[in-house]
Design a binder for this molecule. Structure first.
Ligand SMILES: Nc1nc2c(ncn2[C@@H]2O[C@H](COP(=O)(O)OP(=O)(O)OP(=O)(O)O)[C@@H](O)[C@H]2O)c(=O)[nH]1
Ligand SMILES: [Mg+2]
Length: 356
């Protein structure tokens, strides 16, 4: 099982813990005063997945198994509390979810963050970049010396020195192209600015924040995803029965809800995709790296399926749902037979034929 781990970061009182609660269904304390989170909250989010639920309904699956995301809700950045230890925890994550406050609320002081998401994005980026610069400069100092005695270390030393220079100019590492050798040299240093980041603009219920998608995207490294949502609305919705939640989102014109979009962006930022197995016992969402072949995907389900892989029957989940189930999709000729070189695509439903 691929586990995707994300750290939730942001300035104080922007709604980090509220978003964490919305995603995990937990009830970690949130408060209207700044710096309310002093130790990290840890939780697991089920990936909201309307297609999985629809497919389970047509197959009458007894159980639904969602893909998951591990989340770490950190104390605010920008304060002394964020120095050191918590950045270390963030370095252990695969990616970051950065919360930017756009909502205005007199009851929730905005002294630490303001309500301009663009300025906050710039501030956070700079803080992470400076933290990396520190680590890289220290390492560069040592490894450049080591390389004079051991020429094998020269390429790594050059790459780290170059990265230290880039960082000290305020440029996050993912804004530049690096060779595979350079990236390998950086790995031990776990740079924060190489982590894929999803930027979440936290608006008030009913506030139109669509314009922030492009204004935030303009100041963050190209390719970072920007999502607009109301953390408080999502937190309230997460406490409801799924059927009521759907109805409320439909009434508000929010479709599947912004959390689903946010989590998909997080998955895609890590280069992960979702495929499915469906049956009367369970409807199951699985996670693999983009580019994984059918046998590798089969191995996520069970190692026997990878070892004894013969072929896979494959159909897109939307078509399976539209046909009214897997058997009907097969009768309609919508199911393809794929061999061991087949590269799995997002939304594939797979039946593995194997023998061991
Ligand atoms: N009006 C409004 N209030 C919100 C929204 N999201 C969060 N809040 C409120 O803002 C306050 C701070 O939320 P938290 O989730 O504790 O914020 P945080 O970023 O975790 O704060 P620290 O841990 O102190 O840095 C709480 O009172 C929330 O209810 C929103 O979308 N709209
Ligand atoms: Mg908090």
């Amino acid at each position: 099982m691929v586990v995707a781990r994300f750290g939730i970061i942001g300035l104080s009182n922007v709604g980090k813990t509220t978003l964490f609660n919305a995603l995990t269904g937990l009830e970690a304390p949130t408060a209207a005063h700044p710096f309310s989170t002093t130790t990290p909250n840890v939780g697991v989010a089920e990936v909201p997945d309307p297609l999985l639920e629809e497919a389970a309904a047509v197959e009458r699956s007894k159980k639904i198994v969602h893909a998951t995301l591990e989340l770490l809700d950190l104390p605010a950045m920008g304060g002394a509390s964020m120095a050191g230890q918590f950045l270390g925890r963030l370095r252990e994550m695969d990616g970051s979810i950065a919360v930017l406050r756009a909502f205005e609320d007199d009851a929730v002081p905005a002294d630490e963050s303001g309500t301009d998401p663009v300025g906050q994005a710039e501030e956070l980026l700079l803080e992470l970049t400076m933290a990396d610069a520190d680590v890289f400069e220290r390492r560069a100092g040592k490894i450049v010396k080591e390389a004079t005695a051991d020429p094998k270390k020269k390429p790594a030393a050059d790459a780290i020195a170059e990265a230290a220079k880039v960082l000290s100019e305020g440029i996050p590492l993912r804004a530049m192209e690096w060779s595979p050798q350079a990236l390998a040299a950086f790995r031990d240093l776990a740079p924060l600015t190489l982590r894929p980041t999803v930027w979440v603009v936290n608006v008030d219920e009913g506030q139109d924040g669509e314009a922030f998608r492009s204004t935030v995207a303009d100041v963050v490294p190209a390719g970072d995803a920007v999502v607009v949502l109301s953390a408080r609305l999502e937190e309230e919705a997460a406490r409801l029965d799924p059927a009521d939640r759907e109805e409320i989102f439909a009434e508000l014109g929010l479709g599947e809800g912004a959390l689903a979009e946010m989590v998909r962006a997080a998955y895609s930022a890590l280069g992960l995709l979702t495929f499915y197995t469906l049956g009367p016992k369970e409807a199951h969402a699985w996670t693999v790296r983009r580019g994984a072949t059918a046998p590798v995907a089969a191995g996520k389900i069970h190692s026997d399926l990878e070892r004894g892989f013969i072929r896979a029957e494959v159909a897109p989940i939307e078509k399976v749902i539209a046909a009214g189930g897997w058997d009907e999709a097969k009768r309609q000729g919508l199911v393809r037979v794929e061999g061991k070189d087949y590269v799995v695509t997002e939304g594939d439903v797979i039946v593995v034929r194997f023998s061991v």
